[in-house]
Write a protein that binds this ligand. Structure first.
Ligand SMILES: [Zn+2]
Length: 164
C-alpha cells in the first residue's frame, strides 16, 4: 500500500468524466488499497479515482468502521432530500451546504469483480452521491450554497463527518 497524492481543485482531471474499469485485476485492487490508505491519512470518509489521478470509475467510502468499495457504480434508486454540510479532500479547508438524496441504492462491482449492491441512507447516501459525482467530473462546489472556510482547528470536519 502507498499513499497517493490527492489532486486539488483546479486540476482539470477533476472536471472530466471517468472511464469504466474494464478489468478488475490486481492493479485495481492496489489502487483501492492505496485510496483507502490515503483517505484515512487525510481523515476523509471517501475518495474517488480522479482524486488520486486515476480517471476510472471507482470510489471508496468509510463510515462507522465499514469500508465500501464500488467499481463502475450505477445509481439504481434515489429518493428523499436533505441539505447538510459537506467537504472534500480536493477542496481542503472548505465546506458548504449541499442538497442530497437521503436514500440511494447503488450497484457495481467489488474488488473481486463480483456484482454488489449497497443501500445507503442519510450520511452514507450523501457520501456515495458525493463520490459518484466525482466520477462525472462534478465537484460539490457546483451544487453548494455557501462555500466557506472551516474554522481554524476544525479540519477533521473537512470530510463532512461530524462527531456531535
Ligand atoms: Zn470529494
Amino acid at each position: 500500500m502507498a499513499l497517493r497524492t490527492v489532486v486539488l481543485e483546479g486540476d482539470e482531471i477533476l472536471n472530466k468524466r471517468a472511464r469504466e474499469v474494464t478489468e478488475v485485476n490486481d492493479r485495481v485492487r492496489e489502487i483501492l488499497d492505496d485510496m483507502i490508505e490515503t483517505m484515512r491519512a487525510y481523515d476523509g470518509c471517501g475518495l474517488a479515482g480522479p482524486q488520486v489521478g486515476i480517471l476510472r470509475r471507482l470510489f471508496v467510502v468509510e463510515y462507522e468502521d465499514q469500508v465500501y468499495e464500488l467499481i463502475n457504480p450505477v445509481i439504481e434508486e434515489m429518493s428523499g432530500e436533505n441539505e447538510s454540510e459537506e467537504g472534500c479532500l480536493s477542496l481542503p479547508g472548505l465546506c458548504g451546504t449541499v442538497k442530497r438524496p437521503t436514500h440511494v441504492v447503488m450497484s457495481g462491482l467489488d474488488r473481486w469483480g463480483k456484482p454488489v449492491t449497497y443501500e445507503a441512507n442519510d450520511f452514507l447516501a450523501k457520501a456515495f452521491c458525493h463520490e459518484y459525482d466525482h466520477l462525472d467530473g462534478i465537484l460539490y462546489r457546483s451544487k453548494a450554497k455557501n462555500i466557506h472556510a472551516l474554522p481554524e482547528g476544525d479540519e477533521e470536519e473537512e470530510a463532512g463527518e461530524k462527531e456531535e
